[in-house]
Ligand binder design. Structure first.
Ligand SMILES: Nc1ncnc2c1ncn2[C@@H]1O[C@H](COP(=O)(O)OP(=O)(O)OP(=O)(O)O)[C@@H](O)[C@H]1O
Length: 227
C-alpha cells in the first residue's frame, strides 16, 4: 500500500472568518498527481495555502507529510515547508542574484553548509528541469517558462515529499505551459507526489489525472467528461 501523503477529514477552509470550503475529505497517496480545479474565487488557492500552513486549520483534521496541521505551531511551519516544494504562478525568484545563487540561498536557509554538496545538488535539480547550462543567468535573462523551470528546480532542492503547484502555468502561453507540464509529469513519474491547482483544462485533457473540483464551497472528485 502506498503511504498517505495528505489526509483531510471534514476540513473547513477559511479566509479570515469567511468560510471558503467545507466538508473537505481527501486522501493523496505517495506518487499520485492530483489536479484542483474550479472557477475563480472558488477556493483553490485557499485550499493549497491550508496544505502549506499559510492559512491555519481551524476545523477538521488534516495531516500533510506526517505533520498534524491541527497541532501545528508557528515554530513547526519551517519544518513542514522543508518537506514541501511549493511552486507559484509568478515564479518568485529573487531578481538580484543568478539562478545558482537563488538555489544556493534556499539550501543555506534550510541548513546546508558544504559547498561541494550544494554545487552537486544544484546541478542535479537543474538537470532534472533541463536547465543545467543556465545557472549563471539572472531571472530577467530567462523566459517565463525557463523561470518556472527554475522555480520547479528550487522546489526539488530538499527532496520534498509533496509538491504543491498553484497555477504553475497561469502566466505562460499554451506551448510553454505544455513544456513546463512535461517537467512536472517527469518528476511525478519518478515517484514524486504532486497537487496542482489550475484553470487550464487543455492541460488536464492532455495529461489526465485525478481531479478535484471546488464549487459552491465544496470540493469533490470529478471524472473528465463531467468537468
Ligand atoms: N487574503 C484574503 N482575505 C480575505 N478573503 C480572501 C483572501 N484571499 C482570497 N479570499 C477570498 O476567498 C475566496 C477564495 O479565494 P481563492 O483565492 O482561494 O480562490 P481561487 O479559486 O484560488 O481563485 P483564482 O482562480 O482567482 O486564484 C474568494 O471569495 C476570495 O475573495
Amino acid at each position: 500500500m502506498p503511504e498517505t501523503i495528505v489526509k483531510l477529514q471534514d476540513v473547513a477552509v477559511f479566509q479570515n472568518d469567511n468560510l471558503v470550503l467545507k466538508d473537505v475529505n481527501l486522501e493523496v497517496k505517495k506518487g499520485e498527481f492530483v489536479y484542483v480545479i474550479g472557477k475563480t474565487g472558488s477556493g483553490k488557492s485557499s485550499f493549497m495555502k491550508t496544505l502549506y500552513a499559510d492559512i491555519p486549520l481551524k476545523q477538521g483534521d488534516a495531516s500533510v507529510a506526517d505533520f498534524d496541521l491541527k497541532q501545528l505551531q508557528e515554530k513547526d511551519i519551517p519544518f513542514l515547508r522543508r518537506k514541501l516544494g511549493i511552486v507559484f504562478q509568478d515564479f518568485k525568484l529573487l531578481p538580484d542574484r543568478n539562478v545558482n545563487n537563488n538555489l544556493r540561498f534556499v539550501l543555506k536557509a534550510t541548513g546546508w553548509t558544504d559547498d561541494s554538496k550544494m554545487d552537486s545538488k544544484i546541478e542535479e535539480v537543474l538537470t532534472k528541469v533541463g536547465m543545467k547550462t543556465k545557472g549563471f543567468k539572472f531571472p530577467h535573462e530567462l523566459s517565463g517558462g525557463e523561470q518556472q523551470r527554475i522555480a520547479i528546480a528550487r522546489a526539488l532542492l530538499n527532496d520534498p515529499e509533496l509538491i504543491l503547484a498553484d497555477e504553475p502555468t497561469g502566466n505562460l502561453d499554451p506551448q510553454t505551459s505544455v513544456e513546463v507540464m512535461k517537467v512536472l509529469q517527469d518528476i511525478n513519474q519518478n515517484g514524486r507526489t504532486i497537487v496542482m491547482a489550475t484553470h487550464d483544462y487543455a492541460l488536464i485533457l492532455k495529461y489526465p489525472h485525478k481531479t478535484l473540483k471546488c464549487d459552491d464551497s465544496k470540493m469533490f472528485e470529478v471524472i473528465q467528461k463531467a468537468m
